[in-house]
Structure formats: C-alpha cells, structure tokens
Design a protein around this ligand. Sequence first.
Ligand code: PGU
Length: 479
Amino acid sequence: MLSTTIKSAGARQAVLRARIAPLAAARAVSIWSKVPQGPPVSSPIGARTRSLPIAVLTRSIAGCITEAFKADSNPKKINLGALLSLSPTLPYHVPSSPHPGGPKNAQLTPSSPGVGAYRDDAGKPYVLPSVREAERRVIDDKMNKEYAGITGVPEFPQAAAKLAYGNDSPALGRIAATQTISGTGALRLGAEFLQRWHAGEKKIRIPTPSWANHKAIFQDARLEVEQYRYYNKDTIGLDFDGMVQDLKSAPEGSVFLFHACAHNPTGVDPTPEQWKEISQICLQKKHLPFFDMAYQGFASGDSDRDAFAVRQFIRDGHKILLSQSFAKNMGLYGERAGAFSIVGEDAEEVKRIDSQLKIIIRPMYSNPPIHGARIAATILNDPKLYTQWQAEVKGMADRIITMRKLLREKLEGLGSKHDWSHITSQIGMFAYTGLKPDEVEKVTKDYSVYFTKDGRISVSGITSDNVGHLAEAIYKVKG
Ligand code: PGU
C-alpha cells in the first residue's frame, strides 16, 4: 500500500515534469528573440572617411583609439581622438577648477580617454563659474520640480533665440521657439517637422564630411540624406566652388544643413563673404536653410561673430530652421539644454508652427528636463551674469586658439617646411592636420599620440605641457 502510494507520487511528479518541460522550453524563447544585435553605438564625434561607412568607422575608431591609448605605457602619450567615453570611471563630480590651469583633479589621470568636451590647460573638465553661480541661484530659489510645459522652461526658448538671432533681430516676434533635449534633440525635432510639413522632397543635404550623428538623426526621421561638397582635402580648406555648384544644381526648394560656425569635424568655415554668396544662391534657388549651431561663442570667443551666418540669412529674408546647443558654450553637456526654432512669415504662421511642434514633442518625450534650462535661462536673462559668461566662453575659445598657434609655432620652430597655416585658420574644437592615414599610424606607433586616421585632432586635448611632444611627433613623421 505504502509502496503504491510512493510509486504513484513518483509517477505524478514524472507526469508533472513531462508537462512542465515543454512549457519551460517554450518560455526560453523570448518574445524578443528576433531582435537582432545592433552594432555598438559609442558616441562618435565627427568624421567619416570616404571609404568607410559610419557604423564601421564608429566601431573602429571608438574601439581602437580608446583601447590602444589605455594600453599604451608611454608617459608622454596623448589622446587627441576625442571620443566620448561612456566609461563608468569618468568622474561625474568635477571639483571646481579655476580656469585656466586650475588645481589638478585627482580623479583624472593622463590615461583618461579624451572626451568630446572642452578641457582646461591641465587637461581637466571645466565647469564655468557663471554656471556654478546660476546653479546656486536656482537651488537657493527652492523652485519646485514639477513638469515644465511642452516647450520647456518658459524663460529659456526666447532668451536662447535672442542669443542666436540678436537682440534687435528683425525676426524676433515671428520665431516659433522651443526648448529641446540639447542640440541633438533640436535636430531630431526639426527633422520630424520637415518630414511632416515640408511640402517638397523628404530629403536633406548635409556637408561632406559632417558630424557623424547628423545622418542617423535625419534618417531616423525617414528623411533621405544626400551630401554636398564642402571640404577639400588637397587644400585642407573649403571646397567653395564644389559647394556652390552643388547648391546650384540641387532642385529648387531643397533643404540644406549648414554648420553655423566651427564646422565639425573639419574646423573649416566659409568666410563672411562666402556666407553672403551662399545666402544669395539659396534665395535664388528657394532653398530652405537648416542651421546647426552647436558652438556659438566657442568658435571665435564672440557670440555675435559666431552668429554671423544665421543673422546674414535673416537679413537676406530667409526663413530658417535653427538648432542650438548649450553643451559646449555653457559646458552644460549632460544637462541637455538646447533649443529649436523656426522663423515664420508672421505671428499667425508662428502660432500654427508652434502648435505642430507641440504635437510632435508631446508623444515623443512630453516635456524637456528643467535643471539645465533654468541654469541657462538664469545666465541669459541676467545682464551681469551674461557678461561674466561671455568672458568665460572667450576664455575657452582663446585657449583653443592659443593651442593652435602654439602647435603651429612649434612645428615651424622645429624647421618644418610644410605650410601649417590651416592649423590656425581653422576654428573650433577640431583640427584637420592633413596627415595621411599611414602618417597618423606612424605618429601613434612611434610617439603614442592618438587621433583618428583621417588626421583630425581634438584641439581641446592639447595643453601647454603636451604640445611640444605633439609637434615633435608630427614633425618627425611629416618633416
Ligand atoms: N551638432 C554638432 C555639429 C555637434 O558637434 C554636436 C555635438 C551636436 C550638434 C549636438 O550636441 P548636443 O550634445 O546634443 O547638444 N557633438 C559633440 C558631442 C559628442 C557626440 O558625438 O555626441 C562632439 O564633440 O562632436
């Protein structure tokens, strides 16, 4: 009897196991099992070369430079690849570092990979004192943490627009402006707006090369991306004739993306006279200009000067689209403070545009983060703090400009017979050295100086301490 009971219990378990097994097996096949592994996204900054697709380049640059740099034991090694590292060792708390050349930040070592951000002359991240002050005020005001409206912190978008278009801009009053999730969010919103409301072809033309993320941003909004000629690698300068030809041969009413200043990754900008010509061609061809202004003030040290192209186009009567980032010029990288605006015909049109921007934003992210925009708005709306900030932006731009000069001087001082004038004529965070891939490889191999194969260096990674070694490395390889 007992043995029968035991037997039958065992049998029951066996039956149960037999029933559960297929269920478990079925459960092992997840509903997401068909989701394919995507390539790593490692926040590329800048260039794509002619021969490599972006995804491949992203992987190779991100992986190779950072890893190789980390593994290099040369105490003189320099990383000028400027890849945004998402390494958990990156210090998120940055002790205030008086600028320039503040006290050494113990959290960062020379082996910290270069990031796509400004560094002071000690190679350390820099939080602007005006930002610290604005942040203190925001905190002292004990503001609540409730949602902002769909277009963000109320004081922010119009103040951002004034910075870009100018206080006395003829466009003020007919600008639909909204806060965005930094410059990337602004571009994505603009892309979506174009997809929905641009009556012509669903296509945008971007320069060759351009910031690598541009293509992905526009393609994700289902816009076709075409490239126009921009950089001439033989002259290490602007291919103005090629650009003009491409502007002229594009169908009437095409959308063109322009880097407002400090073109990323080449550092090559059109001159004011060239911008005027570009504007006139766009008028004749009824092209729609979309300006990406990620470096206002950071390029020349003067916010008005860096806004020249945007303001010239407005003076000429264009109705532009504009994305703005406060990542670089206020150092608000991770706060994601940006703005997007469209210039309309009149107040009534702006109202309609505004309503459509809200319709796009609401289901996408509902409303933007408040902290960074409060900081930016505090700076932009307080004349004293604004003046202080302008001086600090100039300090950053000047350091970059000084490093360009120093590098050129050192190369010339070493007796280099090459023309290095492009190092100082280019502007902004990045410089195209004109070194060929095999030369870059040699500089890296023999002198532990790391940068991308296309010869682009991040000038913000150069310091008074390492510029000598950099010049020597380039000179020894290039002559
Ligand atoms: N447009 C251009 C031309 C840029 O270079 C960047 C940033 C942006 C827009 C958008 O920046 P936000 O941070 O979204 O405001 N490029 C940086 C950031 C690094 C990256 O690749 O994301 C850079 O150093 O190239």
